[in-house]
Every structure is written in structure tokens, then in C-alpha cells.
Design a protein around this ligand. Structure first.
Ligand SMILES: NC(=O)c1ccc[n+]([C@@H]2O[C@H](COP(=O)([O-])OP(=O)(O)OC[C@H]3O[C@@H](n4cnc5c(N)ncnc54)[C@H](OP(=O)(O)O)[C@@H]3O)[C@@H](O)[C@H]2O)c1
Length: 359
């Protein structure tokens, strides 16, 4: 078994990583780490709030053996004590600690700290696996035995999966999008207040729109050898927070290069990702995109767990009446599964098999 650590294990994404790695056929969680607040406690103790209630968040039970494990201080964590690190800490902590770990050990990160570095790919399962070769450039540039492979921002995880087949078949000129983002996307440190969120929509998420407007262009860009040339289209976004627990919904309006019908877009989406799914990675779903014809779907509660939370559900594909060659649709992705922890585990599975060649 490949020994893995989850650093940031007590947070929302860290907890989802525990669930995603439970009974994993290749990976065994042998280390947990978080801030010094949690260090020196068992994992179950570290999750207890001041009122004594557990802050375990996932609907799945906390595995008993994980609850008993001691949590280490991330700042003192020995990266050589494991084979692979899942980093689910806040970005400012990631910026400081991940390069120290990457000197010796591969790091798969859900933080944004390294996403915008020229020698660092943002890998999204089935969308841009050819960008993996940039990790060798990163290792060479920085003299690291390991590497840092960041996941994308959770809001765009459904958007880039749905855009890729449109880009491939019809070309993309511009994208206008509005997100309706779940509360779990804000994390637990400090987390959102129920008083703010109940019966409400918050029309602004600090720092989100610049990420959403730039990351897809890198992810859908072309590998040039030493870097990535961004895809040549623009995205404009409004990001909002809604009172949903999990599952980010995006309303997308896409102007394509070539004219296309909603039926052709649907066919391209349904056909997308077969080869990647056939790799048989343990965390991959049967299909990357499900298209629904029900105009009342996708809905977060009903569709976020499609494909174990790893399939993007697209609905309401229709012609846009204003944009030239315009098509519009709604897509939904599970933000802490596809958009974070389980997506990170899937990236690790791909890298272990196709880059590190450990299996
Ligand atoms: N939530 C999502 O849907 C989502 C999706 C994609 C990416 N992300 C990214 O994933 C990362 C984790 O997000 P989250 O939602 O899980 O956040 P979170 O619930 O707030 O968890 C943060 C984690 O970081 C740890 N931490 C805080 N300060 C630390 C320090 N000084 N040193 C070491 N560890 C420290 C916390 O440990 P303690 O419990 O000990 O404080 C906790 O384990 C963030 O970078 C976020 O942007 C989140």
C-alpha cells in the first residue's frame, strides 16, 4: 500500500479526503496533520468544538481507526514519513509548507497557492491529463524530488468538464457565467453563519471571480513544453453564495466559434471522457458528464452525488437568443468531491499510475 498523509485533515475538504480514501485499494492513510490547535489530540478529539459536539461534517461515519489516530502539527510534519501528501490547508499555509514537503514528496493540493505558477499544471480528471508532463519541468526548475499538483477551484470543476467537449468540437469565443455556490465551499475556518445564510443569497464571494475567470483558460490551454498557453477566449463571472450545503451550480452562456445545435452539444458532452473513464481509476465515475432533459434538473440535493460525486450533471441545454452561435446550459458539480478531495484522490491515482509509475 502507498502511505499517504492528509494535512488539513480536520477541515471540510480534509474530512472528505478521509471518506474518499477509506478502504482505498492503493492508498493507506498513515498520518494526519492540522494546525497546532489540533496537534497532539486524537482526530476525534481534534474535531470537538468548544461545546463538546463533533465537527465531523460528512454524512458517512467517521472510520473508527481514523478517530483514534493522533493529529500532528502541520508545521513540523516530516514529509519523508509518507509516500504522498494530500494538502487540504488554507492557501497562505500551503504557500509556506507545500514547497518544503515537495522537496522530497509528491503533494496533491486543494489550495490555490501554486495554481498560477508557470511550471505548475492544474489537473482536472479527463480534461487535461497531457499537462501532467509539466510536473517534470517543475521538478527540474526547483530541484524537487516531489512536486506540487494543485486541484482547480471548486466552482469551475463542473464548468471546465462541460466546456472541454464544446471547445474540442465547436471552439469557444466567450463564456458568461453565474455561480450559485454551496456553503461548504467556504470551509469551516471560520465557516459561514446560519444567521447570514438562511433565507438569503450573498452576491459576492471575496477573491472568487478572478480565479473563476482565469483558471479555466489555463486548464483548457495548450501545453507548450515549458508552460501552458492559455485558451484564447474570455470568461466573465458573477459568483454568489446560496443556502445549499454541497454542490455548486453554474449557469453558463457560451458563444462558440462554429454554429452548433443544442442536440450536437448534448451529443459531444455525452461522448466526452470515455477514454479517461476506461482507465479504471478507483475514484473515477462511469461517465464524466450526465445530460438531463428534465428542465427542473440538475438540482444540488438530487444530483450532486451522481457518479459518487464525480460526474457533472448538465441540464437545460438550449440555444441562446442573443449571443452569436450561442448555447446556454446549467451544470452542477459536487464541490468537496469532484471539486476538491475526491478529485485530488483521482489525480493522485492518475499520477501514481501514469507519471510516477508506482503501480
Ligand atoms: N471547501 C471546498 O469546497 C473547497 C473546494 C476546493 C478547494 N478548497 C480549498 O481547500 C483548502 C481547505 O478548505 P476547507 O474548506 O477544508 O477549509 P477548512 O474547513 O477551513 O479547513 C482548513 C484546514 O486547515 C487547517 N489549518 C488552519 N490553519 C492552519 C495552520 N496554521 N497550520 C496548519 N493547518 C492549518 C485546519 O486545521 P485546524 O482544524 O487545526 O484549525 C483545517 O484542517 C483551502 O485551501 C480551500 O481554498 C476548498
Amino acid at each position: 500500500m502507498i502511505k499517504v498523509a492528509i494535512v488539513g485533515a480536520t477541515g471540510i475538504v480534509g474530512q472528505q479526503a478521509i471518506v474518499s480514501l477509506h478502504n482505498h485499494p492503493w492508498f493507506a492513510v498513515t498520518k494526519l496533520a492540522a494546525s497546532e490547535r489540533s496537534a497532539g489530540k486524537t482526530y476525534a478529539q481534534a474535531l470537538q468544538g468548544a461545546d463538546g459536539a463533533s465537527r465531523w461534517w460528512c454524512p458517512e461515519e467517521l472510520p473508527a481507526e481514523i478517530g483514534q489516530m493522533m493529529v500532528e502539527n502541520a508545521a513540523e510534519f516530516d514529509p519523508e514519513s509518507v509516500d504522498l501528501i494530500f494538502s487540504t490547508v488554507d492557501t497562505n499555509i500551503a504557500k509556506e509548507l507545500e514547497p518544503k514537503w515537495a522537496k522530497t514528496t509528491p503533494v496533491i493540493s486543494t489550495a490555490s497557492a501554486f495554481r498560477y505558477e508557470a511550471d505548475t499544471p492544474i489537473l482536472v480528471g479527463g480534461v487535461n491529463m497531457e499537462h501532467t508532463s509539466l510536473l517534470a519541468v517543475q521538478q527540474r526548475n526547483r530541484g524537487w524530488k516531489g512536486f506540487i499538483a494543485p486541484k482547480s477551484n471548486c466552482t469551475i470543476s463542473g464548468l471546465v468538464v462541460s466546456l472541454k467537449p464544446i471547445l474540442t468540437h465547436f471552439g469557444v469565443k466567450r463564456v458568461v457565467m453565474t455561480s450559485l455556490q454551496a456553503m461548504s465551499g467556504a470551509g469551516r475556518t471560520p465557516g459561514l453563519s446560519a444567521m447570514d445564510m438562511m433565507e438569503n443569497v450573498i452576491p459576492y464571494i471575496p477573491g472568487e471571480e478572478p480565479k473563476v475567470e482565469s483558471e479555466p483558460l489555463k486548464i483548457l490551454g495548450t501545453l507548450t513544453g515549458e508552460g501552458i498557453k492559455d485558451a484564447a477566449f474570455g470568461i466573465t463571472a458573477t459568483c454568489t453564495r446560496v443556502p445549499v450545503l454541497d454542490g455548486h451550480l453554474v449557469a453558463a452562456f457560451v458563444e462558440t466559434e462554429k454554429a452548433c445545435t443544442p442536440e450536437e452539444v448534448k451529443a459531444a458532452m455525452l461522448d466526452f471522457g470515455r477514454d479517461f473513464c476506461q482507465l479504471g481509476l478507483p475514484s473515477s465515475p462511469d461517465r464524466l458528464i450526465k445530460v438531463t432533459d428534465d428542465p427542473f434538473r440538475p438540482q444540488p440535493r438530487m444530483d450532486r452525488d451522481c457518479g459518487g460525486g464525480m460526474t457533472v450533471t448538465v441540464g437545460r441545454i438550449r440555444k441562446d437568443p442573443i449571443l452569436p452561435n450561442g448555447v446556454k446550459y446549467v451544470c452542477l458539480a459536487h464541490n468537496t468531491k469532484l471539486g476538491a478531495a475526491k478529485g485530488a484522490v483521482q489525480t493522485a491515482e492518475y499520477l501514481v499510475k501514469h507519471y510516477l509509475q508506482w503501480l
